[in-house]
Write a protein that binds this ligand. Sequence first.
Ligand code: TYC
Length: 103
Amino acid sequence: MSENDVGLKPKVKSKPKLDRPKLYKVILVNDDFTPREFVTVVLKAVFRMSEETGYRVMLTAHKMGSAVVVVCARDIAETKAKEATDFGKEAGFPLMFRTEPEE
Ligand code: TYC
């Protein structure tokens, strides 16, 4: 590069492309033992759902085998899934919430 070239370089700085952190699904899994009303109560308490939404999500898991509860950052998904699963465990039910990365 000669002296004459000084200042002719494009001023655009290339930004390093940061990958967006992966999102995780919290999934409610159906079982034959946990009462429907209890599942709805847990969805309302842990995931701040309304009665209507909680009931609808519970019924989807009941009929389909599982239902997506929420999609969020990994640490939040794992914390909420554990909190909700522990609610069932403490009450003696096999209620299960699991997490999986969103494609
Ligand atoms: N299948 C349960 C019942 O008939 C209710 C239920 C729904 C349990 C959803 C778990 O994720 C669940 N009592």
